[in-house]
Design a protein around this ligand. Structure first.
Ligand SMILES: CC(=O)CC(=O)SCCNC(=O)CCNC(=O)[C@H](O)C(C)(C)COP(=O)(O)OP(=O)(O)OC[C@H]1O[C@@H](n2cnc3c(N)ncnc32)[C@H](O)[C@@H]1OP(=O)(O)O
Ligand SMILES: NC(=O)C1=CN([C@@H]2O[C@H](COP(=O)(O)OP(=O)(O)OC[C@H]3O[C@@H](n4cnc5c(N)ncnc54)[C@H](OP(=O)(O)O)[C@@H]3O)[C@@H](O)[C@H]2O)C=CC1
Length: 292
């Protein structure tokens, strides 16, 4: 049985910081590594802010908050990941970036360490082939915001062995998450269904069927979605949404997954959503203002 005590997280963006947060809250020691020390610092700040939110809501105590902050450390160098029993890669949704990370990280890891990816869409089997441990590699796919969303999708590659899969299941349960299992097909289950809906919402905007506000209100109040699809796209990140649609389009060779040209335009403009302050809404003022 694989015993996980120390967790490494690569990528300190919205997902990496969320994963580090819930892992530390569950009692694991956590090392966070990001290529950019500035991003690692911002990730730690994001965790502190979200812990405060949970403290205010009475979900954790002051003592929990202190203990979590003690269990977290920003790693200045990949070499620190030598300590980790499980490393979860949560870097940008681009295959070449992930491959480069594995190339860098694998030689540092303990031979028995598990390497997992939080990819939203990319083939686990293909990513595993870029590592030195395809049998100890799998997809552990968290949902955003990680401290709130109950689901984790587990995805095995062709070579993932049973002890690795079982360890990932036990790890997710320790974080109080519910797991579902998806076969290794483009975008797995959640994003295979969710992302074409978001892409269709963007086509609805592109074709002038409705404004940003009408589309989001329609789905919030007409279908009881907690967020409108354009608001959710901004929340996920339009760069990530586009990458997922591209993986679906390439992987399924079916034009029904064609990314909306307006989504492409927003990403080209750098208006990639909440994380940069602008997407389908402009978040730079007091309240979000639609950009179309
Ligand atoms: C792209 C992929 O690969 C896969 C994906 O993740 S797809 C995206 C999946 N996620 C979704 O669909 C999210 C849809 N949105 C929602 O569920 C909700 O809008 C939301 C939970 C994000 C926010 O809910 P809300 O009611 O509008 O906001 P808010 O009242 O601020 O938050 C609700 C609770 O969550 C907590 N919360 C929200 N964000 C949080 C965070 N980042 N960290 C910790 N707690 C957080 C709040 O503290 C609040 O807790 P209490 O009810 O105890 O006060
Ligand atoms: N957003 C979402 O709703 C969800 C996303 N995911 C997946 O999680 C992963 C991360 O997404 P998300 O957190 O939203 O993205 P973000 O853009 O918020 O964060 C990505 C982070 O990865 C860092 N990074 C880039 N290259 C490297 C590298 N070589 N080594 C270490 N860190 C690196 C980036 O740094 P820098 O900014 O300096 O480039 C950034 O801090 C993606 O695979 C995504 O598909 C999964 C579920 C939900």
């Amino acid at each position: 049985m694989i015993e996980i005590r120390t967790v490494g997280v690569v990528g300190a963006g919205q997902m990496g910081s969320g994963i580090a947060h819930v892992a530390a809250l569950a009692g694991f020691d956590v090392l966070i590594y990001d290529v950019s020390p500035e991003e690692a610092r911002r990730g730690m700040e994001r965790i502190a802010g979200n812990l405060d939110r949970q403290l205010r809501a009475g979900k954790i105590t002051e003592a929990d908050r202190g203990a979590v902050m003690k269990r977290l450390a920003a790693a200045g160098d990949v070499l620190a990941l030598a300590e980790a029993d499980l490393v979860i890669e949560a870097a940008t949704e681009r295959e070449e970036i992930k491959r480069r990370i594995y190339y860098q990280v694998c030689p540092v890891l303990k031979p028995e360490a598990i390497l997992a990816t939080n990819t939203s869409s990319i083939s686990i089997t293909r990513l595993a082939s870029a590592t030195d441990r395809p049998e100890r590699f799998l997809g552990i796919h968290f949902m955003n915001p990680v401290p709130v969303m109950k689901l984790v999708e587990l995805v095995r590659g062709i070579a993932t062995d049973d002890p690795t899969f079982d360890a990932a299941k036990r790890f997710s349960a320790r974080l109080d998450k519910v797991t579902t299992v998806s076969e290794d097909f483009p975008a797995f289950i959640v994003n295979r269904i969710l992302m074409p809906m978001i892409n269709e919402a963007i086509y609805t905007l592109y074709e002038g069927v409705g404004s940003v506000e009408s589309i989001d209100t329609a789905l919030r109040l007409g279908a009881n979605h907690p967020m409108g699809p354009l608001q959710l796209a901004d929340f996920i990140g339009l760069d990530t949404c586009l990458s997922i649609m591209q993986v679906l389009h390439d992987g399924m060779s079916d034009s029904k997954y064609r990314p909306c040209p307006l989504l492409v335009k927003y990403v080209e403009a750098g208006w990639i959503g909440r994380k940069v302050g602008r997407g389908f809404y402009d978040y730079r003022g007091e309240t979000p203002v639609p950009t179309r």
